[in-house]
Design a protein around this ligand. Structure first.
Ligand code: HEM
Length: 269
């Protein structure tokens, strides 16, 4: 068995898995959405895909460094740096390659349109996923104990426990986290919340704006929180804010020189 061939093959295979996990991570919902809705792909959750990406990435880096060290001389030749082969063309290619990388670094930092595209697309996919899968009432709500969670969402804990029991959900106690309850009952924290919530409260905006709320348009807000769009638009109109519903919540607040919390209160009316 040749070590050189073995390392090259590990480098190649780890690269393939790295590419796959990179694509998955690119389209995965944001952590708070993924953990809340128990998002999975091929049976693996976001954390497992992230873990695979990190460890396969490390394997790729280690074998890549080994491969680079082993092939150092041919690499130097490519870059036109070996004493005997300072070819003009390869020297030019080296500088051109450096300029391309620099353009990518500077273009990303200065948000040039072409280089902003993959980043905006990434944000769009994640925002859409937040709408499709639903957002937690506050960041990392799934890590709260039932006691904390009912306190923060202003739910009656005893009635919530009753509803869970009626819904066939087994709860070990008030100190159990939503995530632990969901895992023990093979469901998502989001489903647990839906069961605990009285039907009358299933629609409407939560008391405080959930994370990521600022990036939603009024149309999306009405879709996610099952609130009527004309009602939302009318509440704003009464406060002198005209909107067609397509502007993002945060942009709307900025355009009309209002605090986001003030605008949120208007929508809640
Ligand atoms: C083929 C090259 C690679 C591509 C295209 C790539 C792409 C990505 C993407 C799309 C994400 C998710 C970003 C997000 O959350 O929006 C990510 C996260 C990450 N990548 Fe890579 N990656 C590559 C190589 C590597 C390597 C070699 C490492 C080194 C171990 C690495 C370490 C990480 C880490 C630590 C994270 C954060 C993971 C997490 O939040 O769970 N990546 N990468």
């Amino acid at each position: 068995m040749k070590l050189r061939r073995l390392v090259s093959l590990v480098l190649f295979l780890s690269f393939l898995v790295l590419v796959l996990t990179s694509i998955v991570l690119y389209v995965t919902p944001q952590g708070r959405v993924a953990f809340w809705a128990d998002w999975r792909l091929l049976g693996f959750d976001k954390e497992q895909w992230g873990n695979l990406h990190i460890n396969l990435g490390l394997l790729f880096l280690v074998t890549g460094i080994w491969h680079t060290v082993y092939n150092w001389r041919p690499i130097l030749t490519y870059m036109g740096k070996t004493a005997s082969k300072v070819g003009r063309s390869s020297g030019r290619e080296f500088w051109l390659a450096s300029v391309i990388c620099l353009v990518f670094v500077a273009g990303t930092l200065f948000e040039l349109p072409l280089l902003s595209f993959p980043l905006h697309l990434n944000a769009k996919i994640k925002d859409r996923a937040a709408l499709d899968y639903g957002m937690p009432p506050y960041g990392h709500a799934e890590l709260s104990t039932l006691q904390e969670f009912t306190l923060r969402t202003k739910l009656d804990i005893d009635k919530s426990l009753e509803r869970l029991q009626d819904g066939g959900i087994v709860v070990a106690g008030k100190k159990q986290t939503l995530l632990a309850i969901a895992k023990a009952n093979q469901t998502s924290p989001q489903k647990i919340f839906q069961i605990m919530r009285p039907k009358s409260e299933a629609a409407g905006l939560p008391e405080f704006p959930p994370p990521g709320f600022g990036r939603l348009t009024l149309v999306e807000i009405s879709e996610v929180y099952k609130d009527s769009l004309p009602r939302l638009l009318q509440s704003l109109k009464e406060a002198g804010i005209e909107s067609d519903g397509q502007q993002k919540f945060m942009e709307l607040a900025q355009t009309h020189n209002r605090q986001p919390s003030e605008l949120y209160k208007l929508l809640q009316k």
